[in-house]
Every structure is written in C-alpha cells, then in structure tokens.
Design a protein around this ligand. Sequence first.
Ligand code: NAP
Length: 456
Amino acid sequence: MSMLSINPASGEQIAEFETWDDETLHDVVTQASYGFDDWSILTTQEERGMLFSHMADVLRDDQEILAELIVVEMGKRYEEAMTEIEKCAALCDYYVEHAPAQLADEIVETDASKSFVAYLPIGVVLGVMPWNYPFWQVFRFAIPTIISGNIAVMKHASNVPQCALAIQEVFRKSGFPEGIFTSLMITSGQVEQVIRHPAVQAVSLTGSEAAGRSVASIAGSELKKTVLELGGSDPFIVLDSANMKLAIAGALQGRFVNMGQTCIASKRFIVDVFVVDEFIEQFKAAIENYFVDGDPMDKAVTLAPMARQDLLDELHAQVMESVELGATVVTGGYQLDRPGFYYAPTILTDVTSNMPVYSEELFGPVAVVLKVSEPAHALGVANNSRFGLSGSIWADDLATAETMARGMESGSTFINSTSFSDARLPFGGVKASGYGRELSSFGIREFTNIKTIWIK
Ligand code: NAP
C-alpha cells in the first residue's frame, strides 16, 4: 500500500511512499528494542537532556522549513505551523529543565533503613499519532517518553508521511543514536502487529474514539498499558454575566483555530437565554468579517483548507443531516467553490439532541449554539455528552464559574479563556475522551515503572 501526501490547498498529490511489509516492520521494532539497555542504563538523565537541548536548537534553526512542510501536507496556516514548531522546541526546554526533578527518587519514611520510589523506564513504547498537529502531537508523546529512558516507535497518520520522516530526521540531526525514535511507515492495520510485538511495553494513541477503542482492546488482550487522547465535543458556556466582547473573541479563536480541527476546540456554544441573540449576531458578524480564503502560506489568509476532502465530506454530512432534522444554518454550511478542501465557517442553531451535530464530534469549522435558561441548565447540557476533554466558561461571576468548572465532566476547564495545552499542566480527558495524562510531571511518569525499593 502507499501513503499519499496531498496538498489540501490545491488537492494535488505531492509525494507518495510505500508502506513497509510485516517482516520489515517486525525487524525494525526488534532492532529498536536492542538499543534500550544502552539508552536507559548507560546514558544519564542529564546526557539525555543535552540531546533534547540540541533538539530545541535544531527545531528553531529549521523552523521555517518544517512549518512549510506542515502547511503543504495538512493545510494549516503558516503562522500556526511556525507556532507549532516553536511549541515543540519549548517542550524540549521544559523537560530538559524539569525531568531530573520529576523523575528523581522519592524517599519515603517507613520502618526500612531506606525506602524510596524510583521512576524507571519500561522499554519500547508505541505512539499512534494524528495529523492535526503533526509535529506537536508527536513531540508531546516522544519527548517525555524518551527523556525518561524509553525507546519510541511511532506510527503517524497516513496523510502526513513527510512530517513523519522529517521528525525522524530532527532526532538524527539532534545527535540521538539511531533507533531511539523511529517513524514506522505502516498502515493502521499493522498497528496490531506492533502492539503484539514482545518488545513493545505500552501504547499511547492520540486520535479518534474508534481508533482508541480498537488499540485499547488489542493492548488490553496483551496486558499492555495504554494512554488514550481521543476526541472531544467541548462546551463553551456563556453566562449572562459574560463580557461579550471577550466571549466573541474567544469563540472565534476557540472554534476556528487550525480550521476547527483541534481536539480541545470549542464545539458546543451553550449560551444563556438573556444573551443568546446578542451572541449569535456578534459571532456571525465576527466570522463574516474575519475570514479571507486563500493560500495558507500567505499571511493575509485567515481561512485555510481542511486537511482532507473525506473529512470535509464527513463534516458536511453531519451538517446536512442535522439541517434535515430541523437545524438552522446562520452562516456557512457549504464547501467553497475553489480548488482545495475549504469549508465555510458555519454556525448552526435550533439544534436538538437527536441531531449528529449535537452528539458527535465536529472536527472542522462548524459551531453549534444551544440556548439555556440558567447555570445549572448550562452545566447539564455541557455534561450531556459522551466526551469529556476540556471546556470553557465565560462569566464575570467567577464564584459561579468556578463551582461550574468543578462540576464539568472534563479533563480541564478554562474560565474566560479558550482551552489550550501547556507543558506545565496535565492534559487529557475523561469519559470517551480517553484516559491517562500527557505533559507536566503526570505525563512523564505515564511510561515509567513506579518502583518501590526497600532496604532493611
Ligand atoms: P484517527 O483517524 O483516529 O487517526 C489517528 C491515528 O490512528 C492515525 O495514525 C491513524 O492511522 C491511526 N488509526 C486509525 N484507526 C486505527 C485503528 N483502528 N487501529 C490502529 N490505528 C488506527 O484520527 P485523526 O483523524 O487522525 O485525528 C482526529 C481525531 O483525533 C479527532 O477525534 C480528535 O479529537 C482526536 N485528537 C485528540 C487529541 C487529544 O489530545 N485528545 C489531540 C488531537 C486529536 P491512519 O491515518 O493510517 O488511519
């Protein structure tokens, strides 16, 4: 089989790669596992950190080339791609500084002469990664996994094979020994073989709920640990005390960054009845004034393509099916009449719980506005979802907002800000959004053996 690299702004194929056969895959994973002892025992935490310091330099030196690759392969705006590369470099800096303390032995007073907890690496860890932040998602998995002494093998989404190879090259250029990080050029069907490989100890998957269920059940049958970062349908609650200007700016950013293809994008806008008309009117005006379509390399362009035509078709089908069931299109609702995979930023109202746009994840530039009567009603609607990734609350009444934040069924809640990931804070979800955490001290310990050592 082949992996196609297609420019979403034009629809044209720019590269093609053959996937590996099963034997090659087995040999590569086996070979990678041979490096574990040297890497985990013979290198110190500080030596591994030094390599990640080099990596931060490589990423910053090559920032423009790497950002351009992201743009041509998955379609986001150049400015967003530049930010993505810088964020990867900053994550290297963060773990270089903090990993030694986060992984240091912890003495526990017991009746032993000495007893402590050690955070030790476990071996080869598989990452299965999505295309939406083709560098950031991979680095978010790989940096803490590798700096703690593990080996990483990574299956990237099949529409970003050039990014997969470029990331492996960043490791090589940064001075890492061969095999510490390997991009596996394989299909999703071959992931099972990797999970079942005896050298592989654990799996981290960032992707859809369906992929998560499949990978977790295979890993479960092998008793191998999983961390799952899955989809979301994040609520964006606007209370009647909200600063409307701030909320509208947040809505524009929260729903449309990365053309809406973000797991923690704001997806369901749950707005108090007293301000809902004002919110819809201003949100519509903001959208219609802000977006200009064109080449995502062009700084003046604010409306970039979606990553793939099939994903655009899926989104449009969710919209159309909901319209047939009675939803109203306030703006958008169509593919732009131009080459590439451009979808008009869309607002839907009159949405009810039997519609796909209510219950399913909307992974693209479509916002759903739901009207509620009071904060308790807002929270009930917010929690009426299979997903529980993140969410935001917009209010001047911070006491009410904070109480609601505790009640929101999500891995994080932001008040008067859109959701974002920050190296210092744990990132992950509850319910069908997955389990386990990335980033911070919680993320770096996920793929360690939290080991008790007791000395009489
Ligand atoms: P996806 O279709 O699930 O793909 C993600 C990765 O999983 C790809 O490498 C894909 O390979 C692989 N894959 C798909 N089905 C698989 C299966 N049955 N067994 C093994 N591997 C499988 O998701 P996507 O379209 O790339 O990404 C969008 C989804 O990711 C959204 O739901 C989004 O919310 C979620 N996401 C979550 C987070 C988070 O942190 N929670 C972050 C970003 C994205 P192929 O490409 O070869 O199919």
